[in-house]
Design a protein around this ligand. Structure first.
Ligand code: PFF
Length: 460
């Protein structure tokens, strides 16, 4: 055994693991992405489909990842290699996906810091024109030094610092502190939003189930969102579970993490949509929604500046506990598989992903790539940033999740996985056969549908 494996960290407690895994799951996906998707796909109808997708497919894939990690006590590549060397590339694919996600995740994470500072020091400038303020940060008026470099660098620096401290001292300590805080903040903000005059219509929209708004695309969006939100398909949950002691019940952990993550997404939906309805602001739900649109919302409600400050703090907490999990996936791989030193690895990986990430922000407004390429070739090229999100959310994450289920279902075998999941090899309510069915058949088929649809529909 190599020195790095002997010195592997471990979560100090069951709660520490649950909060860290929930910290990974709860992130920009819940607060920055979910409300917009719910709004655009029929409100209450989307919530029902989303919950269904999490309950059937999300939990299935998460448990598969947990069993792989805990069984082998290795990073994503090492875990698959140990069980069947021919499939170690599945872990590698996940790590690549994580790396790409982290490139843009750190940029958006940086924007949350910029907005926290803006709300503390210059909220009137933000309010003068919230959209212009946001676009300015992205570089419509010149190189976006703050939006692309300074704040993302601070965000990444904090992420790297925590990671370099290791599992129990870094990740677990931070998650134990931040996750409860995040829940309290979110509940407070949701109550504030739902009690605004005129918010009732938004609440009603989020509770209204109208089957006519459901179509094939709603399922695809819901499943893709569920993977992103639950941190599945890139081996992060394999890596986290590898730091878990043998006596933890993985089925219970899966249930708790999925419920916590879904509650946060729902609370975020019930915070944002009612606030948007109450203020009558057009929810223009792009990536700038949480920044440009919501700043307009905060401006028009009593106590909005405090509300806004707390919101961006919440977004920052959620983002940092997720970004550390993604970076940990890559770092654990390089340390354990390539024998690199942990602290140096953190620095090297961070530098590379920071440089690539800069182009995410630059591509939003500063570099008119789309225009130039379009006029040269006659083909509409996607914006680099949008392309990164399409590649990861619609293709690579589902690919990773697909191969994970196929591997656990058909190669390693559900009997082995079930034995690993609980100390007595039994699931409550006799659910083991159902899980085996989901992992072998239902999940791979459903995931294959999103991959095919993603390829056929392209970025539309
Ligand atoms: N689950 C995180 C979110 O909802 O923002 C993002 C994420 C973290 C995706 C870790 C994938 C991952 F492995």
């Amino acid at each position: 055994m190599s020195a790095s494996l002997e010195n592997r960290g471990q979560f100090g407690s069951k709660l520490g693991f649950i909060l860290s895994a929930a910290g990974s799951a709860v992130g920009l996906g819940n607060i920055w992405k979910f409300p917009g998707k719910a709004y655009n796909n029929g409100g209450g109808s989307f919530l029902v489909i989303y919950i269904l997708m999490v309950a059937l497919i999300g939990t299935t894939v998460m448990l598969a990842e947990f069993t792989l990690g805990r069984k082998t006590q290795k990073n994503a590549v090492g875990a698959l290699r140990e069980l069947n060397a021919k499939y170690s590339w599945v872990g590698g694919l996940g790590i690549l996906t994580g790396f790409i996600i982290l490139c843009y995740y750190c940029q958006v994470g940086g924007w949350t810091i910029k907005y926290i500072i803006a709300y503390l020091t210059e909220s009137t400038t933000v309010y003068a024109d919230p959209t212009a303020y946001f676009l300015n940060m992205l570089g419509v008026n010149g190189f976006p030094l703050e939006g692309a470099i300074i704040y993302p660098l601070i965000f990444l620096g904090l992420t790297s610092f925590i990671i370099s401290r290791g599992v129990a001292e870094g990740i677990e300590k931070l998650s134990k502190f931040l996750m409860p805080l995040l829940f309290i903040l979110l509940l407070g903000l949701m109550i504030r939003a739902c009690t605004l005059p005129g918010a009732g219509e938004g609440v009603a929209y989020m509770l209204h189930f109208d089957p006519s708004t459901i179509n094939g695309n709603s399922f695809l969006v819901a499943l893709g969102q569920a993977f992103f939100s639950l941190s599945l398909g890139m081996g992060v949950m394999i890596t986290y579970a590898s730091y878990l002691s043998k006596d933890d019940n993985l089925v219970t952990n899966t249930g708790v993490v999925c419920v916590l993550d879904t509650c946060v997404a729902l609370f975020a939906g019930f915070m944002i949509i009612p606030a948007v309805f109450a203020t009558g602001i057009d929810p223009g739900m792009g990536g700038g929604f949480a920044f440009a649109t919501l700043a307009g919302v905060f401006m028009s409600i009593p106590g909005g500046t405090i509300f806004g400050l707390l919101f961006y703090a919440l977004l920052f907490f959620a983002a940092i506990t997720s970004s550390i999990s993604i970076l940990e996936g890559t770092v654990a791989f390089l340390v354990e598989e390539k024998g690199m030193e942990r602290k140096k690895t953190v620095v090297y990986v961070s530098v590379v992903l920071f440089i690539i990430g800069i182009f995410y922000t630059l591509s939003q407004a500063y570099l008119p790539i789309k225009g130039v390429w379009w006029s040269l070739s006659g083909i509409e090229f996607p914006i680099f940033g949008d392309f990164m999100e399409y590649l990861t959310d619609r293709l690579l994450l589902p690919f990773g999740a697909f191969f994970t289920t196929v591997f656990v279902g058909w190669i390693w075998g559900t009997d082995n996985a079930i034995k690993e999941a609980t100390s007595d090899g039994k699931f409550k309510f006799g659910l083991a056969p159902l899980w085996a069915f989901l992992v072998k058949f239902a999940a791979p088929v459903a995931i294959l549908c999103i991959i095919v649809a993603g390829l056929l529909l392209g970025m539309s």
